[in-house]
Design a protein around this ligand. Structure first.
Ligand code: PLP
Length: 225
């Protein structure tokens, strides 16, 4: 079941890459394990999955502990992070995908023992329920981060509206890509901004067509695409 689902996803990634004339090597699939137990995450690790994500701090720490023998796994925290939890998790992860305020960045700066690769979360459509900066706020925020030497902005992250049409999904993802390129063009040492974390089970092929370099996939792995 897992193998079949993973093969399916890989095929879709390949197709989307072909369509967009991109190399599959430029797209990393992150397995989002929030809906399964550690045992299932372990099965994924045994199948060679090397990027794992959780959206909650306690669950990430639990899975990381259970999978401690798989030392090559990269750990991604993809959900909103409360400031009081930063110290518990920030030195346990390889990527943080949901940087959404200066106060949070300052707490990370205070607690991090190494440089942390962060994505800035961007709320492209302005939905009230979503975290993240408005697109027009992002560049100013990046300039504010310059003194914080523990924070490296590797890219931008977004979540598309759940019920968006294909047309609207293309638009959301291409807007994030444009913003990423604009930041990349600034040539800032602390914000190379080469990556795009976008695309989930129901929209990852479109995200890849629009330039995603990390897709975050849960449901499609465990329940099929
Ligand atoms: C749960 C989650 C995903 C994965 O969603 P699926 O639809 O299950 O693939 C991706 N990103 C974030 C931030 C999530 O919370």
């Amino acid at each position: 079941m897992l193998v079949e689902n993973l093969n399916n996803i890989n095929q879709k990634i390949q197709l989307a890459c072909q369509k967009a004339q991109r190399s599959v090597d430029d797209v990393t699939m992150i397995a989002v394990t929030k809906s399964v137990e550690s045992g299932t995450a372990k099965e994924l690790a045994e199948l060679g999955i090397e990027n794992m994500a959780e959206n909650r701090v306690d669950k990430l720490l639990e899975k990381k502990m259970a999978l401690k023998n798989f030392s090559s796994i990269k750990w991604h925290l993809i959900g909103n992070l409360q400031r009081r939890k930063v110290k518990l998790v920030i030195n346990e992860i390889d990527y943080f995908h949901a940087l959404d305020s200066l106060k949070l960045a300052e707490e990370i700066q205070k607690r991090a023992e190494k440089e942390i690769s962060c994505f800035i979360e961007v709320n492209i459509t302005g939905e009230e329920t979503k975290h993240g900066f408005k697109p027009e706020e992002v560049i100013e925020f990046i300039h504010e981060l310059a003194p914080l030497d523990k924070i490296k902005i590797v890219g931008l992250m977004t979540m598309a509206p759940f019920d968006a049409s294909e047309h609207d999904l293309h638009e959301v993802f291409s807007k994030l890509k444009k913003l990423q390129l604009a930041i990349n063009d600034l040539n800032l040492l602390h914000a190379p901004c080469t990556e795009l974390s976008m695309g989930m089970s129901n929209d990852f092929p479109i995200a890849i067509e629009e330039g995603a370099t990390f897709v975050r996939i849960g449901t499609a792995i465990f329940r099929g695409a």
